[in-house]
Design a protein around this ligand. Sequence first.
Ligand SMILES: Nc1ncnc2c1ncn2[C@@H]1O[C@H](COP(=O)(O)OP(=O)(O)OP(=O)(O)O)[C@@H](O)[C@H]1O
Ligand SMILES: [Mg+2]
Length: 246
Amino acid sequence: MKDPAAGHNDEAITPDLLRQLAYNEKMAELGKISAGVVHELNAPLSVIISAAQMILREEGVPGAVMEMVSRISSEAQRLSHLTKGLLNFSSHDETVGEVDLNLTVDFILNFLNYEAARRGVVVLRQLDYTLPVIRLDANLLKQILLNVIMNALQAMENDGGKLLVETTTAGSDHICFIITDNGPGIPPEAIGRIFDRYFTTKKPGEGTGLGLFVTKSLVENMGGIIKVTNRNGGGTTFTITLPIRQ
Ligand SMILES: Nc1ncnc2c1ncn2[C@@H]1O[C@H](COP(=O)(O)OP(=O)(O)OP(=O)(O)O)[C@@H](O)[C@H]1O
Ligand SMILES: [Mg+2]
């Protein structure tokens, strides 16, 4: 019988790789701790939302107070929505179902809002609202989009970055996600290797080179394909094509 661990033995664990694996492990642990913290936020948020709703139903409250309380209520609801989405995303369970692809793009872009803002990146969405829903695991699709979009943001460290996320149909039986950035692009000697396991141009601790390897495997498991091209004038375009019927 084939030893499932055999494949790992022929890979030398270099000091850099070990540092990367240790970093990954630390981030995974931090992720679990954060999921607990996010879970704890839910209870106080529910209290804030219902208290605000009660005040809003009171009579005789001055208009300015009403306005502030309604802001408290809508911000608390936004946070509650985010924490529920995060808890769902961090769950290990399979979440196969009918997925609204545009809502998934919205979720990931909202999630990465801070990452884009701190790099001064302008995020544009061009979503085809006539897309059909697709039956798949929403969390895996989120992970695919997160990896590709995070790479694009990391490539645009300076102000003036632009990220465009498009959804569209391709023929009658496929849909596409097209993610375009105006970063430096991928050097010709690297473009054939970016989907390889452990291929990274980032410093140790900043990238493991597993992101696109995992992304490509996930896309192919869904029966899809992922392609990359450099754009004239700089930047890259990643196109992910998925079949409508899985
Ligand atoms: N949008 C992009 N613009 C320029 N280079 C990119 C882009 N996307 C990916 N790359 C290149 O492809 C390499 C591999 O990407 P990949 O996501 O697999 O690993 P990584 O981002 O380096 O590390 P991590 O495992 O943390 O994702 C990157 O190191 C980078 O050189
Ligand atoms: Mg990456």
